[in-house]
Design a protein around this ligand. Structure first.
Ligand code: HEM
Length: 346
């Protein structure tokens, strides 16, 4: 095979007489950049002659992206279910992206903190308001059938959801609420043993750990513990404590912190719970379609009492967490209101 021809030709001396000074400056700068690492700039420039222009579809890997949906059944609405989960995971990735940058910023200012927090709030607002895609966007009869083909997989196994939690707050706040006092000051390993989500994966019939949880722990336990250690001193709450801010700034940041707490721990869970309320009946045999979990006793935020920043809430607010009284708080402007009316089970 013969070498492909360069895409244009011309002698360097003829070309350089036509080059404008800006371009020459750029070439000099490039020469310096490549020279410092001993690289041969003309060789790289020749490579450019053979390189194709970048296309949109290659840049965002469109073909790969659109090939990532592999339904397990022939029910058309399974596609809606898959794509919406994938979309959610991408937004979770964006939230984590901000959390990582906040954690590793050695000169964090109140402005940067607020800017990143507001980005995260925006992402969650999109997830909350778009949950209707799940609640209204699939035929229940199809859902109940294709869901059976996915067992024992569950959104419960979304590791990014757990990573967001670990990067937001001290681990003690993710411990079962009746065990928090006893474990204050304990090792992260001891706290992790009693992390709240394990109770969500208990088999209704036997009280045993579900297969869903066993698989999840086997795959992610080490990563989750590593993350708990990594964020122990630099989760959102710890970073908030380090901010050097005046009272006005602190108030603005506090409002954004509360909005984040509500979005992740009340409003999103309520939007999600509505879908469980809609699609999963309450008779034991149909509950079994979720992997047999105790989801009705587990998912409602008022039972979980997950609060990332308890210090930013009054006692009365904490005790109303996840209840209808709390919903009024939302309408008072802490977080974008969605249609998260409680399902009947709440
Ligand atoms: C029709 C739609 C949905 C239904 C009926 C549903 C149902 C459930 C149920 C019953 C559980 C409890 C665990 C279990 O029994 O498996 C659960 C947990 C969970 N699901 Fe979904 N889900 C839906 C959509 C989603 C979506 C789109 C996501 C996005 C990633 C998601 C993420 C989660 C997470 C993170 C948990 C754990 C929540 C926690 O620990 O508090 N779910 N889901």
């Amino acid at each position: 095979m013969s070498d492909p021809k360069p895409k244009s030709s011309g002698t360097p001396s003829a070309a350089s007489s036509e080059l404008d000074p800006d371009l020459l400056d750029k070439i000099r700068a490039l020469k310096e950049k490549y020279g410092t690492t001993g690289q041969d700039l003309p060789a790289y420039l020749e490579g450019l002659l053979y390189t194709d222009y970048l296309n949109y579809w290659d840049y965002i890997h469109l073909d790969a992206l659109l090939g990532l949906q592999t339904p397990r059944t022939e029910f058309p609405d399974e596609m809606v279910f898959i794509v919406y989960h994938q979309t959610t995971e991408l937004y979770f990735k964006l939230v984590r992206w901000e959390q990582e940058q906040l954690a590793d910023d050695p000169h964090l200012t109140a402005e940067t903190f607020l800017m990143r927090l507001e980005r995260m709030n925006r992402y969650f607002k999109i997830l909350i308001t778009s949950f209707e895609v799940m609640v209204e966007g699939m035929e229940p009869a199809q859902f109940r059938k294709f869901r059976m083909a996915l067992l024992p997989a569950s959104g419960f196994q979304s590791v990014q959801y757990r990573l967001i939690e670990l990067a937001s707050t001290d681990l003690i706040n993710l411990v079962n609420r009746d065990q928090r006092e006893g474990l204050r000051g304990a090792s992260l390993e001891a706290m992790y043993q009693e992390v709240y989500w394990k109770r969500g994966a208990t088999e209704l019939a036997t009280g045993d750990e579900t297969l869903t949880l066993q698989h999840f722990e086997r795959k992610y336990r080490d990563e989750l513990l590593r993350t708990a250690h990594r964020f122990q001193e630099k989760n959102l709450w710890q970073k908030y404590l380090t901010l050097d801010v005046d009272d006005v700034q602190r108030e603005t940041v506090k409002v954004a912190m509360r909005a984040f707490d509500l979005s992740v721990n009340v409003t999103w869970p309520m939007a999600h719970l509505r879908s469980a309320g809609k699609y999963l009946h309450r008779e034991p045999e149909v509950i079994a379609a979720t992997g047999g979990t105790n989801w009705q006793k587990y998912l409602p935020p008022r039972f979980q009492q997950r609060i990332f920043f308890p210090e930013l809430w009054e006692e009365s607010e904490r005790s109303a967490w996840g209840t209808r009284a709390m919903s009024n708080e939302k309408r008072n402007g802490y977080v974008a209101s969605s249609e998260e009316t409680s399902p009947k089970s709440d």
